[in-house]
Design a protein around this ligand. Structure first.
Ligand code: X2X
Length: 341
C-alpha cells in the first residue's frame, strides 16, 4: 500500500512535469535586466545590445532582455556588480574582469602589468586553459558564464604632459579602477592613484580633480576625452580587460534547454561581434582610430621596446606580489599560454 501511494505520487509529479514543459515560457519574466558599465556606441554596450537582439529574435520574443548601463542596477558601484548578479538582484551582465576581481581574485590575471603584449596573447588567455579556469570560478560562485567580449587594451592618458618614462608619472593624480592591483601599479610608478567608479571618473576628469586615467582607446574616442583635456596619450598596452557574458544561476535554471542553448550561442556570437568592434582601427596595419585621434591635436606617444621595458621593470615588484595573491599556478599557466601563442 505504502509503495503504491509512492508510485501514485510519482505519477502525479510526472504528469505535472509534462504539463510544465510546453507552458514553461509563461514562467519567464517580462524583461531580463542586463547590467553594463557603458552603453552603445561603446563596443561594450554594443556587445550587450547585440546579445539582447539576437536572443529576442532567436527565441521569437520568448526572452526579452534590456540593457541597463552605467552600473545603475548597483547604484553606479561597478565593483558590486558580480555580487548582485550572484544574488539575483541582477539577472544578467556583460561585465569587465576588473570589476569582478574584488570577488574573484583570479580575474586579476588580466590586470597583471605587461603580461599580454598583444591581441594574440589576450586571445590565448581567454580562449585557453586560463579562460576555462576563470569560467569554472564564475560557475562555482553561482553565476553561469557564457562567452567573452572585450573592453580592450588600456592606455594611459593625462592632461599635463607626455609620459614616456616612469618618472613622467611622478606626482600625477590618476583615476584608477576598482581593483587594488591598480593602486599598487600606479604607486610603484610614482603617480598618485585614486580609486573611483566610472560614474565618478567622468566629472573628476572634467573638473581636473584628477590629471589622468587609463582606458581603451575606443572609450577615449566615444567619450571625446580630448575635450576633457586629456591631450596626452601613451600607448603602452599594459593590461587589457575582457568582458564576460553571464546569467544568474536561478534565471538560467528557469530557462528550458532550447532557450539555454539560444542564450548561450547568442552570447558567443555577440561576443565575436563586440570584439570586432572593440578592435576596429587598432589592429595591425589599420591604426585608423589612433590616426583620427592624433588629427584632433592629441599627442600620441608610442614607446620603443626600450622605453616600454622601463615600465615593465618599474611594475615588476607588483607583478611578483600579485603572482602569489592570484595563485602562482594560474599565473604560470597564463605565462605559458602567452609564450606559446
Ligand atoms: O571604469 C572603467 O574604467 C571601465 C569603464 O573601463 C570599467 O568598467 C572597467
Amino acid at each position: 500500500m505504502l509503495r503504491f501511494k509512492h508510485l501514485a505520487a510519482a505519477a502525479v509529479v510526472a504528469v505535472a512535469g509534462l504539463q510544465a514543459g510546453p507552458l514553461m515560457a509563461q514562467d519567464y519574466k517580462d524583461e531580463y535586466r542586463i547590467s553594463t558599465v557603458v552603453p552603445a556606441p561603446f563596443p561594450w554596450g554594443i556587445a550587450a545590445e547585440t546579445w539582447a537582439e539576437l536572443v529576442e529574435e532567436r527565441t521569437e520574443g520568448r526572452i526579452k532582455m534590456q540593457v541597463y548601463p552605467g552600473a545603475q542596477l548597483v547604484q553606479g558601484d561597478q565593483t558590486r556588480e558580480f555580487t548582485a548578479l550572484r544574488r539575483g538582484i541582477i539577472d544578467m551582465a556583460v561585465g569587465s574582469t576588473i570589476n569582478w576581481s574584488p570577488q574573484i581574485v583570479e580575474m586579476n590575471i588580466f590586470s597583471m602589468p605587461f603580461l599580454m603584449p598583444d591581441y594574440d596573447a589576450l586571445d590565448a588567455l581567454t580562449g585557453g586553459p586560463v579562460g576555462e579556469r576563470i569560467f569554472e570560478l564564475v560557475q562555482e560562485n553561482g553565476v553561469v558564464p557564457l562567452g567573452w567580449a572585450e573592453n580592450g587594451f588600456r592606455e594611459l592618458t593625462n592632461s599635463q604632459h607626455e609620459v614616456r618614462k616612469p618618472e613622467d608619472l611622478e606626482g600625477l593624480k590618476m583615476r584608477v579602477v576598482g581593483s587594488p592591483i591598480y593602486n599598487d601599479m600606479f604607486t610603484a610608478l610614482g603617480a598618485n592613484p585614486t580609486q573611483m567608479s566610472w560614474a565618478d571618473a567622468q566629472p573628476a576628469l572634467t573638473t581636473g580633480a584628477v590629471d589622468g586615467q587609463e582606458n581603451p582607446m575606443s572609450m577615449y574616442d566615444v567619450l571625446n576625452m580630448h575635450e576633457l583635456g586629456q591631450s596626452y596619450v601613451t600607448l603602452w598596452h599594459y593590461v587589457a580587460d575582457p568582458l564576460i557574458f553571464a546569467v544568474n544561476q536561478d534565471v538560467w535554471d528557469s530557462f528550458n534547454e532550447e532557450d539555454q542553448a539560444i542564450v548561450r550561442q547568442a552570447a558567443v556570437d555577440a561576443g565575436a561581434h563586440g570584439i570586432d568592434v572593440a578592435r576596429k582601427g587598432l589592429v595591425g596595419d589599420d591604426q585608423s582610430l589612433i590616426d583620427d585621434i592624433r588629427e584632433k591635436g592629441v599627442t600620441i606617444v608610442e614607446l620603443t621596446e626600450e622605453e616600454r621595458e622601463a615600465f615593465v621593470e618599474a611594475t615588476r615588484p607588483v607583478y611578483e606580489e600579485w603572482r602569489e595573491r592570484i595563485g602562482a599556478d594560474l599565473v604560470e599557466m597564463a605565462e605559458e599560454s602567452v609564450a606559446n601563442r
